[in-house]
Design a protein around this ligand. Structure first.
Ligand SMILES: Cc1ncc(COP(=O)(O)O)c(C=O)c1O
Length: 418
């Protein structure tokens, strides 16, 4: 028993699952990890960063980039990011969307800021099913409850079932505690699915009918990580069905450029909501690392981000095929496992036969670790009613040969449990 009298937040804080997965890795050096969502190391843009560093160092005048910056983010970087976003979107409030671009220490920080200003313990957030497990763990840490957006057998948003859920929440009094709705809408972590406009519209119309005009958080972390063509759906920033809602849009340069720089960004349709988030950001760090932002400003201006995207889109397509192909060749599908071939992102989302428990403490997971392969149990990715038979595999960090080997090891274990 610790003598320290922790706060309620301190009491709720649990070691993140990712830490447990990393400990497993460190204890088993021969383990091939297709668990962590790390990005590809081989294609990290060393020479592009070098060029940006050189440009900054040669710049005349004070080295302001080594000084503190502004809380909301460097104006030029924000303008560049707004330009990129507004090339994809046509919001009716384009000026607000441009003005309200903010830069954070990864989009993870922005998600945390939003939750801190919107939710108290006991409040409820609607989340996609499955959803991003680090966000779900954050909500649990804040004492915030989740309800899943209902989906049909194909994983698509089920509008009628959402109406029923909201009506039930009204009856139980829970609807007044609903504070936000969150979804990962492009090449999602973990499912690799993208939401179509009809699905986003179905969520908006069910909430509108229920009178629940709560802030919507659209997490577009993987939007630009398509392999061959972008997903055509507009975001909540442009869809008329969402125009009455306060809208937050999140993205990041960690997946598209360099995760080590840890720069994320977003925008808000609502200046008041953004102002609250920035007040709290002031308490966190009063500004994202200015040097990293200055580097990215240079990189984008010099065309380095688009060049890097061209490299990694091709690399992730190859890597996806290395893992997917190994699973197919080793016979996983014939054991009753199913998955959809992704068109972007870093993940394969597998569904095992219903009776197989793939949880962290289950025999299957232990057998995989013994066989030298580590995955993320799908049960972590659900707000509630977590099915046990899903698995997220990441092809982000390992090379193609290791991915193929990991796929063979994984299927070898699946055969023993068939
Ligand atoms: C869906 C999603 N959102 C947000 C993040 C956070 O990314 P970062 O904080 O590195 O920008 C991640 C990282 O894996 C993610 O998968």
């Amino acid at each position: 028993m610790s003598p320290i009298a922790y706060s309620a937040l301190g009491h709720r804080a649990q070691p993140p699952t990712i830490a447990r997965l990393m400990t497993l890795m460190l204890e088993n050096p021969k383990l091939l990890s297709i668990a962590a969502g790390f990005t590809d190391t081989k294609t990290l843009p060393v020479s592009v960063v070098q060029a940006a560093v050189d440009t900054l160092a040669r710049r005349e005048g004070d080295p302001e980039y080594l000084q503190y910056g502004t809380n909301q983010g460097r104006p030029k970087l924000r303008a560049l990011l707004a330009d990129r976003l507004l090339a994809l979107e046509t919001p009716s409030d384009a000026d607000a969307v441009r003005k309200n671009v903010f830069v954070t220490n990864g989009s993870q920080q922005a998600l945390y800021l939003a939750m801190q200003v919107l939710c108290d313990p006991g409040d409820i957030v609607l989340v996609d099913r499955p959803s991003y497990f680090v966000y779900l763990e954050m909500l649990a840490g804040l004492g915030v409850q989740t309800r899943s957006l209902p989906v049909d057998a194909a994983g698509r948003i089920d509008g009628p079932a959402l109406r029923t859920l909201l009506a039930d929440m009204r009856k139980t009094g829970e609807l007044s505690r609903l504070k936000a709705v969150y979804f990962v809408s492009y090449f999602s972590n973990p499912s690799a699915r993208s939401l179509d406009e009809t699905e986003k519209n179905a969520i908006a119309s069910a909430l509108t009918e229920a009178g629940a005009i709560v802030p919507v958080l659209e997490d577009a972390a993987y939007r630009e990580l398509y392999y061959e063509r972008p997903h055509p759906a507009r975001s909540v920033l442009s869809l008329p069905s969402w125009s009455a809602f306060p809208r937050l849009y999140f993205s990041t340069l960690t997946k598209t450029f360099a995760s080590g720089l840890k720069v994320g960004y977003g925008t808000s349709s609502d200046a008041g909501l953004l102002a609250k988030m920035l007040h709290v950001k002031g308490h966190h760090d009063f500004g994202t690392a200015n040097y990293n932002q200055a580097l990215l400003e240079e990189v984008i201006t010099q065309g380095g981000l688009d060049a890097q995207l061209a490299v990694i889109r091709a690399a992730y397509l190859r890597k996806m095929h290395a893992l997917h192909g190994a699973l197919v060749e080793a016979g996983l599908a014939s054991l009753g496992w199913t998955w959809t071939v992704p068109e972007g992102g870093l993940y394969l989302w597998l569904t095992a036969p219903a009776s197989l428990d793939t949880g962290l403490d289950a025999a299957f997971c232990r057998a995989c670790v013994d066989a030298g392969v580590l995955y993320v149990p799908g049960e972590l990715c659900f707000g509630h009613d977590a099915p046990k038979n899903h698995i997220r595999l990441s092809f982000g960090v390992l090379g193609e040969a290791d991915l193929a080997e990991a796929g063979r090891r994984f299927t070898g274990v699946a055969k023993r449990f068939a």
